[in-house]
Design a protein around this ligand. Structure first.
Ligand SMILES: NC(=O)c1ccc[n+]([C@@H]2O[C@H](COP(=O)([O-])OP(=O)(O)OC[C@H]3O[C@@H](n4cnc5c(N)ncnc54)[C@H](O)[C@@H]3O)[C@@H](O)[C@H]2O)c1
Length: 447
């Protein structure tokens, strides 16, 4: 028998606290994605539909050797919260309850929404922390007032504490609008400078950071579904570690970037060159309206641009990718609502430099793709919080699988390749459960 195994090293099983009782989910922004997730969870709980697209609900995980045939469901393998134990609440700048907001988003059909109406109507948003400076296209009416940003953070902390009284554990997820492009400044250097900045209402602190601060201060895990800077700062990473409140971000990887991070690794694996990649989108939902503002678009553009650069590594493969021209366009086009259409034109070249083209036309539904991602992030962050080896490490890089611009430790480049991300996620689950990692070596079968 050779020393190498298809399954690699095994660590000791960790003492993961059980998922007992109710998991409270605090959602910032009860718009299209959030209401599609909440209504979807309720539809699944009632047996009206299946949780398609959710790895935690539909996925399996192979354990041990291929000959062992051990393939449990992910949700039976790791102690995740049961969907029946999820309790939702949230904040929005509009007063609409989740039924009204879902009807406005028009993602789910009327019949489904009517069946769920009595439940959805009970979820009413708390007044939000909002400032139009950071999202130009929205005019909020249901917003908190405070003498400075510290006061607003305290009001959010109060909301969290009140909710905590009704559930056993809490996770927060940002499903709010995309804020203007911000870069870290001196105020984000440390917890101390950040807290001073809250007192002086520093302009570098966006509303999403006030929510994140409140969550982390309370030891509540925080996921960022938008491309905003939010928790991608030294101060909030430090706070996440200090208070054992896991974080991950940013920007749900749903349509076009999802396809990109599947196709680009394939070209790279075959050493095919890429000269140009032109991506354009039309969408007509509120997200599209917000992204019509150049400053919010810039935030999204930065988040979408990174994936190819990291996957192709032009510095290692100059002959193949040095001259790649990558362009992204998002056009607000109201008639389409949430039914986004994306086109990609990819100019590739092969043997001896001969050119070829690939066209991808993805007629997707934005929030239908995003909802299961939001759900999985909530469930996995709650798992991370209960897992000794994960709860105090801050950034949960193993959740990159779900994100367009994955957060990583300082100095590390992000892994964008969907299949590397999938392996990283599953190996993390094996690792915390004391199962062998899967290396795919497999020489032992040929001894
Ligand atoms: N749908 C997707 O496929 C997808 C993919 C990746 C990322 N995203 C991001 O997810 C976010 C949500 O997308 P959506 O389609 O649900 O948008 P949406 O416009 O339907 O919902 C956003 C909601 O957030 C609210 N909001 C804005 N600022 C807020 C604040 N400070 N506090 C509380 N609420 C606030 C808005 O009123 C709105 O109801 C966006 O940032 C979007 O870019 C969406």
């Amino acid at each position: 028998m050779s020393a190498e195994h298809e399954s690699g090293p095994t660590a000791a099983k960790q003492e993961i606290a059980p998922a007992k009782g109710k998991l409270g989910v605090m959602v910032v922004g009860l718009g299209a994605v959030a209401t599609t997730m909440i209504a979807g969870v309720e539809a699944v709980r009632r047996g009206l539909a299946k949780p398609i697209g959710s790895l935690t609900q539909m996925g399996t995980i192979r354990l041990g050797k291929r000959t062992e045939n051990k393939v449990p469901y992910v949700k039976d393998f790791v102690p995740l919260a049961n969907l029946n134990d999820l309790v939702f609440t949230g904040w929005d700048i509009f007063e609409d309850n989740v039924y009204e907001s879902a009807a406005h988003a028009a993602v789910l059909d009327k019949e489904t929404l009517l069946a769920l109406k009595p439940y959805l109507e009970t979820i009413k948003p708390l007044p939000a922390v909002f400032d139009q400076h950071y999202v130009k296209r929205l005019h909020g009416t249901h917003v908190k007032k405070g003498k400075n940003k510290r006061d607003l953070a305290d009001q959010l902390i109060e909301d969290i504490r009140n909710f905590k009284k009704t559930v056993d554990r809490v996770v927060m997820i940002w499903c709010g609008s995309t804020e203007i492009f911000l870069e870290p400044t001196a105020v984000h250097e440390s917890i101390e400078t950040f807290e001073k900045g809250l007192e002086t209402s520093d302009i570098g602190i966006a509303p999403s950071q006030i929510y994140a601060y409140a969550a982390l201060k309370e030891g509540v895990p925080f996921a960022n579904g938008a491309p905003n800077l939010t928790v991608d700062t030294k101060a909030l990473i430090e706070l996440s570690k200090q208070n054992a409140a896991p974080i991950c971000g940013k920007d749900f990887k749903t349509g076009q970037t999802f396809m990109k991070t599947v196709l680009a690794p394939a070209f790279k694996a075959r050493h095919l060159g890429v000269r140009g990649w032109f991506s354009t989108n039309i969408l007509g939902n509120r997200d599209g309206e917000v992204l019509d503002d150049p400053q919010s678009f810039k935030t999204k553009e930065e988040s979408k641009l990174g994936s190819l650069e990291y996957i192709f590594q032009p510095e290692l493969y100059p002959d193949l990718y040095k001259d790649l021209y990558h362009k992204i366009r998002i056009n607000y086009y109201p008639p389409r609502g949430d039914d986004k259409e994306a086109w990609d034109n990819i100019d590739i070249f092969g043997w001896l430099g001969y050119p070829m083209q690939i066209k991808v036309n993805f007629l997707c539904r934005d929030s239908i793709l995003a909802a299961p991602i939001a759900l999985d992030l909530v469930l996995f962050l709650d798992l991370a919080k209960r897992t000794p080896g994960l709860r105090s490490i801050g950034i949960q890089e193993w959740l990159s699988f779900y994100l367009k611009a994955p957060q990583t430790a300082a100095g590390l480049y992000p892994e964008h390749d969907l299949f590397i991300q999938s392996m990283k996620l599953k190996n993390t689950l094996r690792h915390i459960m004391g199962e062998s990692l899967i290396t795919h070596l497999g020489l032992e079968y040929y001894d």
